[in-house]
Write a protein that binds this ligand. Structure first.
Ligand SMILES: [Zn+2]
Length: 416
């Protein structure tokens, strides 16, 4: 062993506790253009998985069943190419003025518009008449949610059929635009436009939407572990996938959701490595969460570790701003564990508030919960409001009380 190697080992064993610079740089990396928002265009999530594999190799996590990945397939709707929407030849800003509905099909052309009236929803005769009107059949239907009934709002939110048999629907909404991922498509183009800066209703809409349905996209979970004194396990999880590209020009970075949790998992792994913990520690970065918990469901159906041996699982998602504290989903179920979490927080004066919630199928802990694995899903609460949109980017992330959150999770895991 050279002196330099010895020095490096000594230095690395000194590095303790959370490392905010490390965290920030990993969040920046995961949100970089080369990972395309960790979605399905340009294989963004696959490239992010390779990045995570390199990271856990560098950190020194052990393999699980001789590997660090678990591949699985899913079908997804994607928008890899051209993406533009104009109202009366005025081009809208993608991701800001409008989003494409994740289930939309592709379409190119200019379409005159007509308004879809509230009273038509339940009027089968009228709908039939419109469907058979050749003039309207070539137009785009506009659904204006600014003055519409609750019925129309719920209709517009779940629109899946093509009640008017038109090529496109444009939904005008005063609400925040929130994007997602779809594992099915509709047979028309579907645009949601924000009305804050809309001067007048569009008389025509010009669409250029490239869409591609991928039936067998190959994604992968990433996994590593630190063997402990016993084979009972504490499992830390976070999804690294996000929404990817909305056309070739923009992508949704997902800094809070969930580059923050993914990077925190790396930080925890880095902190624990080199120690011999009481329980074996397993770290899993899931793919396909935004598509409906696909990666974690695949994992529990094809477990690489014995689910019975999991003493407790901690899922981290949205870890970017703990200014007001954290919430533990399942805190009202596993009350002894929750009391322990609160006690540790109070004793060490860490976060302002630790809240409990009941059961929720809102992140990757849930498939484990369904299989009887005791678990929390922990997310932070603060001022940060960007969610599933173009502004959820590293420069907006505050990372308030990151160190305190890290400490709390670590002390809690060690108390198990
Ligand atoms: Zn998330």
């Amino acid at each position: 062993m050279s002196r330099i190697t010895l020095l490096l080992i000594l230095l690395s064993s000194v590095s303790q506790a959370q490392d905010i610079d490390f965290l920030k740089s990993r969040i920046d990396s995961l949100c970089a253009p080369r990972y395309h928002g960790r979605g399905y265009v340009e294989n963004g999530d696959v490239k992010a998985a390779s990045f995570l594999q390199r990271e856990i190799t560098a950190i020194g996590l052990s393999k699980v069943q001789d590997t660090s990945t678990q591949p699985f397939e899913l079908g997804v709707n994607t928008f890899p190419g051209k993406m533009s929407v104009s109202f009366d030849s005025q081009e809208l800003k993608t991701g800001v003025d409008y989003i494409i509905d994740p289930r939309s099909m592709g379409l190119e052309g200019e379409y005159k518009t007509f308004k879809f009236k509230d009273k038509w929803i339940d009027d089968r005769k009228k709908l039939f008449k419109i469907r058979n009107n050749p003039k309207l059949g070539e137009r785009a239907a506009v659904i204006d949610l600014r003055e519409s009934s609750e019925e129309m709002k719920s209709f517009a939110n779940r629109i899946g059929e093509n009640p008017l048999d038109v090529p496109a629907y444009v939904i005008l909404t005063p609400d925040k635009l929130t994007w997602s991922i779809a594992r099915r498509t509709v047979d028309f183009a579907l645009v949601r436009a924000q009305t804050d800066h809309l001067e007048k209703d569009p008389k025509s809409v010009t669409l250029q939407i490239d869409q591609e349905w991928i039936s067998d996209y190959s994604a992968q979970n990433v996994i590593g572990m630190i063997p402990g004194e016993s084979d009972s396990m504490i499992v830390f999880t976070a999804h690294y996938d996000h929404l990817g590209r909305m056309g070739k020009d923009i992508y949704i970075p997902g800094a809070n959701d969930n580059a923050s949790g993914s990077a925190m998992l790396l930080d925890l792994a880095k902190d624990y490595v080199g120690s011999k913990p009481k329980h074996t520690l397993v770290f899993i970065w899931f793919a396909g969460e935004e598509a409906g918990l696909v990666g974690s469901r695949y994992f529990v159906d094809n477990p690489m570790i014995s689910l019975e041996k999991i003493k407790f699982l901690i899922n981290l998602d949205l870890m970017g701003d703990a200014g007001k504290g954290i919430t533990a989903v399942n805190g009202k179920i596993f009350t002894d564990h929750f009391d322990q979490l609160v006690e540790i927080n109070t004793k060490n004066s860490l976060l302002d508030e630790v809240k409990a919630r009941g059961v929720a199928a809102n992140s990757d802990h849930f498939p484990f919960f369904e299989k009887g694995v005791p678990c929390f899903f922990i997310y932070t609460r603060g001022e940060y409001m960007h969610y599933h949109d173009v502004n959820d980017k590293p420069e907006n992330l505050t990372l308030v009380k990151y160190g305190e959150t890290f400490q709390l999770i670590k002390l809690f895991a060690e108390s198990l």
